[in-house]
Ligand binder design. Structure first.
Ligand SMILES: Nc1ncnc2c1ncn2[C@@H]1O[C@H](COP(=O)(O)OP(=O)(O)O)[C@@H](O)[C@H]1O
Ligand SMILES: [Mg+2]
Length: 990
């Protein structure tokens, strides 16, 4: 049984080796051990007898149908390499010629780890001095050849099948990899018959078919360039591309806004123009210091930037291609953007070893989105948590109910750059409303969406010639889903005719129009695969492609079937002859020579190309002739001598081998035709790239809208009203993430109202520690971000004026590495806000001034509040423990802070004096922070609490005396003037 299965698999695998990176099954290893000439190993390359090799090549060159197969080369010296999982694998020792070749490749790619394919293995050598480190990282044992000569280097290796696991480890540890694959045979070279090329460079920003790439996030490569003789030396061109989805954007940035772009793009790799090392050394150094966040690569200025981007634009669509004036096309982009995009494309072309094909980039216009600076992104934990930068626990994680990866990516993109266009926000919200108000439609759509696959990534793999049949099947299946979604939306449109607002109708129409192309796309593409083959990863199943797609294929398949029948019949015959107990599956050639078993070690093997083999070991000298004669005289004379080593003889079966060869050839031919059919089918998809991309985006759009509706229904969110007015009118507002946490704790979240507008612009909050101030601050900013993302909001109603920029000063972090104390960080963040906030901005500030002495802090907090009130005129919320600040604002006679209103988070005490936090906001100023109560709750020793209470009383008394004296002096001053008041005051004191 085993034998038959092994042969069938071997048959399949013989064609696998034709495709790049085919996973070796046990056969590949077997082949190596058997010294088959199909998998030439490094040691074979050096040790292969020259004379015999040339005979083969001559025969092949002459196009002869060689029946006499070449003698097989000598066994490679096996070296045990531990793959780390305890499974030792045999890897051959590299040859001198191979070494020279690798050295040459490593010199060309000095920055990358070379993974060199040698037969069924990838090997890592010691050229660049990284072997120890990499072997350690991958838990590979370094092989030390026993007969080490100066030409043989130490190395470590692993089988091709483990390639993805090991590359994942390398890339996750910040390494970049150059794959050196065997791409053909060189029969003219006697010592090195395999041609090897670098087929791909794998860097964190150019991942495409790696299964471990997080599909719900974009994997951006960001290119940063500066023009050589720019008068504005601080301006950069930015271009960022997700190779796996084709999302491609460009913009310009100043040094000041660079970090903001970075925190929005969250690139996995940054590609910097090498020139920036001279013009912006500090920036480059700071990027280098952030190795955990992204990989930094440097590239020389791309001289062909224009041509690279221009080439892309011309590919983009046929009508634009007719425009011959490339300059006109490029005029859409600034020189800086062209330089950045071209550099990026050049790099991607190098990494994929061919010029890539992507949709033309879109321009990102910062002024068209709500600006959220990096500090605020972090503080509000929009896509990552503040503490460990994880997605879990962030706002995005909390609200994301999308069904597709593309939907999730779209939601993240929108959340990081909410819109400021009321029309756009309403257009998207209209769509959410359609789903929100029709539960059945919502359920149906979400069901269909859950069957949609990541078509954007599949499309990109088709463009980069990395697609699998699975990708193709997914594209077609998703198109079908999209078609059904289209029908549902069309029906809804008809239903709503005359009953819904013009906005809703328009949104539905636009969506249906975009999805309408699904049917024509489906018609344009061939459904070449059987649908039940959902998990198909490689086109190696001989019947992967359906019947009726290609006449040639069908005919070849029939011929193959005939051969298979012959094989079956012959198997029965052979099994009778050599099998055990009539078991047809057990063809054991050893049974032909049972008499020899007493003298020699006789074994039956299986060769993927030749079928069963009889191996007789330890046959030396004259006994060889004896054995040969014995076999020749035998009734089983159909056994043919195949190869002999100095100590053994091997025989295959003439008929069987011939049949096997035919079957092999026929299978290979079948696979070739299947590959052709597949490539042609992929070609058709490529022709329709733009409508495909549009369909993908529309599916994502439907996903985001329906996910918003589903989440809103689940958590009781409402549709916000967005307006141009500078107002915030929120009833029953909640914090989306803290509310969820409260639910887990089975306690109720306390809703709060929030009104800004008219004579109120800023709220000043006081309240006890743990009273809910910080939560309210964040909640008020998050509501605007959600609304402008076109998301429903956690409130019973919300009318929100468009916000152009959100700022927050809430964190309490030292940046000691950057030589900045908490207070310094706080002041820098405050400076940014004061410089950039406008009338349309929203600012939250939590306990500003707390990092220094009381009076300094109070003075700075007061001055900041006055500045924001009088100059920036922005909306916002301040939280403070400086009761005096709040008291002064409340008693302010000068009306200089008239748009600031004081609120407090109320606290109650039970009959034992324990505090009860109500989290309820009400007008007024709380004069106690209840810090000691909080400390007691936190578990400080009672002794410390008692001492703190006594000291606090003393301070309060002293402060009371001071306050009384101050009031006395003020009274005297107003009744008798300053001089007399001073004199009288002195007299009283003495
Ligand atoms: N509105 C609310 N309803 C229920 N619990 C709340 C509310 N606001 C805050 N909390 C709880 O109180 C904790 C402390 O809130 P926080 O805003 O940090 O207080 P403060 O800034 O006043 O010290 C939060 O972690 C949360 O568990
Ligand atoms: Mg707080």
């Amino acid at each position: 049984m085993f034998f038959r299965r092994a042969l069938v698999r071997a048959l399949r695998d013989s064609s696998l080796r034709n495709s790049s990176l085919a996973p070796p099954t046990c056969q590949v290893r077997q082949v190596m051990r058997w010294r088959s000439n199909t998998s030439v190993t490094a040691a074979e390359e050096i040790k292969k007898p020259r004379k015999k090799t040339s005979k083969v090549s001559k025969a092949k060159h002459a196009g002869m149908k060689s029946v006499i197969l070449p003698p097989l080369p000598l066994e490679p010296i096996p070296v045990l390499v531990d793959a780390g999982d305890g499974t030792g694998t045999e890897t051959p020792i590299p040859s001198t010629a191979l070494m020279a070749e690798i050295q040459e490749i490593q010199d060309r790619y000095p920055d990358h780890i070379l993974l060199v394919q040698v037969g069924g293995f990838f090997e890592i050598y010691d050229h660049q001095g990284y072997l120890e480190e990499i072997a350690d990282l991958l838990h590979l044992k370094i092989a030390r050849p026993k007969n080490q000569t100066k030409n043989q280097l130490r190395f470590a290796g692993f089988p091709l099948a483990r390639y993805k696991d090991y590359v994942e480890q390398l890339v996750k540890h910040g390494k970049t990899v150059a794959l050196v694959e065997q791409v053909g045979s060189d029969l003219t070279n006697k010592t090195k018959t395999k041609v090897r090329n670098v087929t791909r460079i794998i860097t964190p920003g150019t991942l495409i078919d790696e299964d471990w790439v997080e599909s719900r996030e974009n994997n951006f490569l960001l290119s940063v360039t500066a023009l050589p003789n720019s008068d504005k030396s601080s301006d950069f061109g930015l271009a960022w591309l997700d190779v796996s989805t084709g999302d491609f954007l460009v913009c310009e940035s100043s040094l000041e806004t660079f970090e903001e772009h970075l925190s929005r793009i969250q690139p996995k790799e940054i590609l910097c123009d090498r020139r920036l090392q001279e013009t912006h050394p500090t920036l480059i150094q700071s990027l280098r210091n952030r190795a955990g966040e992204f990989h930094l690569s440097m590239k020389d200025t791309e001289k062909k930037a224009e041509a690279l981007l221009g080439g892309l634009l011309i590919q983009e669509d046929a009508s634009r291609a007719l425009l011959t004036d490339m300059r006109k096309l490029l005029a859409d982009f600034s020189p800086l953007q062209v330089q950045a995009a071209g550099t990026l494309l050049g790099y991607v072309a190098e990494n994929f070893c061919h010029v890539p094909s992507f949709p033309a980039p879109a321009e990102f216009v910062p002024e068209e989105v709500m600006r959220i600076d990096p500090v605020t992104q972090q503080a509000l934990e929009i896509t990552r948590t503040f503490r460990d930068r994880a997605r879990k626990g962030s706002l995005l994680h909390e609200i994301d109910r999308t069904k597709t990866a593309a939907g999730s990516r779209m939601l993240a993109t929108r959340l990081k750059a909410p819109s400021i266009s009321i029309d756009e926000i309403n257009r998207r919200l209209d769509l959410v409303e359609v789903f929100f108000s029709d539960t059945h439609l919502l359920a149906d759509i979400r069901e269909l969406l859950s069957n949609c696959k990541d078509v954007e990534r599949a499309l990109q793999r088709i463009h980069l010639a990395k697609a699998t049949p699975g990708d193709y099947i997914n594209i077609i299946a998703t198109l079908r889903m999209a078609d059904q979604i289209f029908r549902l939306l069309e029906r809804k449109q008809n239903q709503l005719q005359g009953a819904a607002s013009a906005g809703i109708m328009k949104s539905l129409e636009a969506l249906a129009e975009k999805l309408g192309s699904c049917r024509s796309l489906l018609n344009a593409c061939d459904e070449i695969f059987d649908e039940k083959l959902q998990d198909l990863h490689k086109i190696t199943d001989l019947d992967a492609i359906k019947e009726g797609i290609s006449a040639e294929l069908d005919e070849k398949r029939r011929a193959h079937q005939v051969l298979k029948q012959q094989e079956e019949a012959y198997r029965v015959k052979l099994a009778r002859k050599y099998g055990n107990n009539q078991m047809y599956d057990s063809i054991n050639l050893a049974n032909a020579v049972t008499d020899l078993e007493k003298k020699f070690k006789v074994s039956a093997l299986a060769d993927p190309k030749l079928g069963p083999i009889l191996a007789i070991q330890d046959v030396r000298g004259p006994s060889r002739l004896g054995v040969k004669a014995r076999i020749g005289k035998d009734p089983h004379a159909e056994l043919l001598e195949r190869a002999n080593t100095s100590v053994g003889l091997r025989f295959s079966h003439t008929h069987w081998s011939a049949l096997y060869r035919s079957l092999n050839e026929s299978a290979n031919a079948l696979l070739e035709i299947q590959k052709d059919v597949f490539e042609r089918a992929c070609g058709k998809i490529k022709e329709h790239t733009l409508p495909f991309i549009e369909t993908c985006r529309t599916i994502a759009e439907v996903d985001v809208a329906s996910a918003t509706a589903a989440h809103a229904q689940e958590c009781g969110y409402t549709r916000p009203v967005v307006t141009k007015e500078l107002v915030h009118d929120v009833r029953g507002g909640r914090h989306p993430v803290v509310e969820r946490a409260q639910t887990y704790r089975e306690s109720m979240y306390v809703k709060n109202d929030f009104h800004i507008g008219g004579d109120q612009r800023l709220w000043l909050l006081t309240g006890p520690n743990m009273g809910g101030k910080s939560t309210f601050l964040r909640q008020s900013a998050l509501l605007s971000i959600l609304a402008q993302t076109s998301y429903y909001v956690p409130a019973s109603s919300a009318r929100l004026g468009i916000v152009d920029k959100v700022f927050s000063r809430v964190g309490a972090s030292d940046d000691l590495a950057a030589h900045q104390s908490t207070f310094m960080v706080e002041m820098r963040e405050t400076a940014t806000i004061l410089k950039n906030a406008t009338e349309k901005s929203f600012v939250i500030m939590d306990e500003i001034g707390r990092g220094t002495s009381t009076n300094d802090g109070l003075a700075l907090a007061h001055a900041t509040l006055v500045y924001l009130h009088q100059h920036s005129k922005c909306r916002g919320v301040f939280a403070t423990h400086y009761h005096e600040l709040a008291a002064r604002v409340q008693d302010d006679q000068s009306q200089s802070l008239d748009a600031v209103k004081c609120y407090q988070t109320a606290v109650l005490a039970d009959d034992k004096g324990h505090l009860i936090y109500t989290y309820q906001l009400q007008p007024g100023v709380m004069t106690q922070s209840h810090g000691i109560d909080c400390a007691r709750a936190a578990g400080l020793p009672e002794q410390v609490i008692a001492s703190a209470t006594a000291f606090y009383q003393q301070l309060e008394n002293e402060q009371g005396i001071k306050d009384r004296l101050w009031r006395d002096w003020q009274n005297m001053q107003s009744s008798m003037g300053t001089e007399k008041a001073d004199a009288a005051f002195q007299a009283t004191m003495s």
